[in-house]
Design a protein around this ligand. Structure first.
Ligand SMILES: Nc1nc2c(ncn2[C@@H]2O[C@H](COP(=O)(O)OP(=O)(O)OP(=O)(O)O)[C@@H](O)[C@H]2O)c(=O)[nH]1
Ligand SMILES: [Mg+2]
Length: 230
């Protein structure tokens, strides 16, 4: 009987099994009816319902995306209920998120005004680890926006966040939003390239999982200056 040795290194085998290099867990927060579920359903199922049922507790969605050639990310999205009565359930999901979409409805000013509370509540649990993006939802109307773009952008920028306007209804900027969030997380994990610094995956925290770290390799130019010519 001969012992068989696999020629494939362990990390490569793990990568082949998992089909992704990084897993990022993100959470959607915001008032009831802000459009969180519609956003994530448009992104994952390409569907939209005029009369969507409110979320009870938390729902979970997954989508794979390619951030750069050879970089596969599994995005886990936790869609939370905006209603106060579910808050003790939804709160328990904050800690394990590396990305947060703070969602408000541009035609409902109250949903914008409560963002301070959503942000503070998330920050208390997430500390410095998470990447936040502000989302101005329902950007498909001709007029009647009660939150001007400049005001939302200023709020986001004062907290170091990116602001993205979307519509789940007309499928405006939805892919762009999730791609932006995933890219910011990826940059934070690989280069510490966001305002909040480096995101380091750690034991007992599920925000980021790394199956196979992708190293971008830049070949060094050969030194010729002091090379012996003989
Ligand atoms: N015009 C317009 N309506 C939208 C859009 N997104 C969602 N809606 C409508 O807004 C309502 C609420 O949307 P949901 O996605 O259920 O809101 P939610 O934030 O998930 O609400 P909770 O689950 O209660 O927290 C639904 O009737 C949707 O059809 C959008 O982009 N444009
Ligand atoms: Mg919902």
């Amino acid at each position: 009987m001969s012992l068989q040795h696999s020629a494939t290194p362990a990390p490569i085998r793990a990568m082949a099994r998992a089909d992704w290099h990084y897993q990022f867990r993100v959470i959607l927060l915001g008032d009831a009816t802000a459009g969180k579920t519609s956003l994530v359903r448009r992104y994952t199922e390409d569907s939209f319902q005029e009369r969507a049922a409110c979320t009870l507790g938390v729902e979970f969605y997954i989508k794979m995306l390619t951030l750069a050639p050879g970089v596969r990310v599994k995005l886990q999205m936790w869609d939370t209920a905006g209603q106060e009565r579910f808050r003790c359930i939804t709160r328990s999901f904050y800690r394990n998120a590396v990305g947060v979409l703070l969602v408000f409805d541009r035609s409902n000013r109250a949903t914008f005004l409560s963002l301070d509370d959503w942000y503070m509540e998330a920050l208390n649990v997430l500390s410095e680890r998470a990447v936040f993006v502000l989302v101005g939802q329902k950007s498909d109307q001709d007029s009647g926006y009660l939150v001007p773009s400049e005001e939302a952008a200023a709020w986001a920028s004062s907290l170091g966040m990116t602001y993205v306007e979307t519509s789940a209804k007309s499928n405006f900027n939805v892919d762009h939003l999730f791609h932006t969030l995933a890219t910011k997380i990826y940059d934070a994990v690989t280069h510490g390239a966001v305002d909040r610094g480096m995101v380091v995956p750690s034991e007992g925290w599920d925000g980021v999982k790394v199956v196979f770290r992708v190293h971008t390799f830049t070949p060094k130019k050969e030194k010729t200056a002091n090379k012996c010519q003989c």
